[in-house]
Design a protein around this ligand. Structure first.
Ligand code: KIV
Length: 291
C-alpha cells in the first residue's frame, strides 16, 4: 500500500496586530505600541536573543520584543550564572541583535553591578546601551530599591523594563531559585514593588517565578504590561529564554519552560553526519569542488 507523504502540521499564523504580521509596518515596535496592546487586551511573546542570526529568525517570525538578557551569561557565554557577565560583553551581544533585526524592540539587560550603585551609575550604563549598541530600552532587576534608578533613566529618555519576583542577580540573597510572593506579606510586598515601578515610569514589568493568582492580580492592577516567566497565563505577555524554548539548553530545562523544538539533537545529528562524511571521504563531493 502506498503511503501519501505526510504534510507538516499546520501552525496557525498568530494574529499579532502589535507586530504587524508578515506585512510589517516598516519600523520597529515601540513602548507606545506595547501600551496600546495592553489597552486592546492583546497578548504578546518575548524571547531572549544573543546573536544576530538567531535574533533575525525571531524578528522574521513575528516576535515583537527581544531581550538581550543577562541570561546570555549561562546560555551563551559559558558562565555558571548571570553574576559575572559584564556591560561590555552585553553591549557586543546587543549590538549584534540590533544589527540582525528590523522590527523587534530590542531590550538590553543591565548586568549585576552596573546600576545597583545608584541613579548616576544606572544612567551611565543605560546611556551606553542606547548609544553604543542601539538598544531601544533597558531592563533592570529589583523593586522599590531601584526606583531612583528607574526615574533617572526615564527622565533621561531611556525606556525601562522592570523585573521583580525571582531576580537571578540576587540569587545569593534569595537563597536559591524558588517561587517568590507566596504568603500574604510577600504578595503585598511584590504588589507594592510593581506599583512603585509603574509610578517611577517603567513601561513594563517582568514577573519571574510568581504564583499565577498573584501575577494575575498585578496584571489587573497595573496599566503597564506585565511579562510572565513561570508566572502562569494571566500576564499580558510571556518571555522564555530562547535556548529553553528551542531545546538547546543541555540537561533539564526549568518546569515553566515549554520546549518547542529539539535543536540540540538536530544540531548534534548534523555535526555527526558531517563528521562521518569527512571520515568516509564522502564530503566534499564533486558539486562542492572547483577545478
Ligand atoms: O536574562 C533574562 O533572560 C531574563 C529573562 C528571564 C526575563 O531576565
Amino acid at each position: 500500500m502506498s503511503q501519501s507523504p505526510q504534510s507538516a502540521p499546520a501552525v496557525a499564523e498568530p494574529k499579532l496586530t502589535l507586530y504587524g504580521g508578515s506585512n510589517g509596518v516598516g519600523r520597529r515596535v515601540t513602548v507606545r505600541d506595547l501600551a496600546a496592546a495592553k489597552r486592546r487586551g492583546e497578548r504578546w511573546p518575548m524571547l531572549t536573543a544573543y546573536d544576530a542570526l538567531t535574533a533575525g529568525v525571531f524578528d522574521e517570525s513575528g516576535i515583537p520584543v527581544l531581550l538581550v538578557g543577562d541570561s546570555a551569561a549561562d546560555n551563551h557565554l559559558g558562565y555558571a550564572n548571570t553574576v559575572p557577565v559584564t556591560v561590555d560583553e552585553l553591549i557586543t551581544l546587543t549590538a549584534a541583535v540590533v544589527r540582525g533585526t528590523k522590527r523587534s524592540l530590542i531590550v538590553a539587560d543591565m548586568p549585576f553591578g552596573s546600576y545597583q550603585g545608584g541613579a548616576r551609575q544606572a544612567l551611565e550604563t543605560g546611556t551606553r546601551f542606547l548609544k553604543e549598541a542601539g538598544a531601544g530600552a533597558v531592563k533592570l532587576e529589583g523593586g522599590r530599591r531601584v526606583v531612583p534608578q528607574v526615574e533617572a533613566l526615564v527622565q533621561a529618555g531611556i525606556p525601562v523594563m522592570a523585573h521583580i519576583g525571582l531576580t537571578p542577580q540576587s540569587v545569593n540573597v534569595l537563597g536559591g531559585y524558588r517561587v517568590q510572593g507566596r504568603g500574604d506579606e510577600e504578595a503585598e510586598r511584590l504588589l507594592a514593588d510593581a506599583k512603585s515601578l509603574e509610578a517611577a515610569g517603567a513601561f513594563a514589568v517582568v514577573l519571574e517565578l510568581v504564583p499565577e493568582e498573584l501575577a494575575t492580580r498585578v496584571t489587573e492592577l497595573l496599566t503597564i504590561p506585565t511579562i510572565g516567566i513561570g508566572a502562569g497565563p494571566g500576564t499580558d505577555a510571556q518571555v522564555l529564554v530562547w535556548t529553553d524554548m528551542a531545546g538547546m539548553t543541555p540537561g533539564q530545562a526549568p518546569r515553566f519552560a515549554k520546549k518547542y523544538a529539539d535543536l540540540r539533537s538536530v544540531l548534534g545529528d548534523a555535526a555527526r553526519a558531517y563528521a562521518a562524511d569527512v571520515v568516509n571521504g564522502v564530503f566534499p563531493a564533486p558539486e562542492h569542488t572547483f577545478h
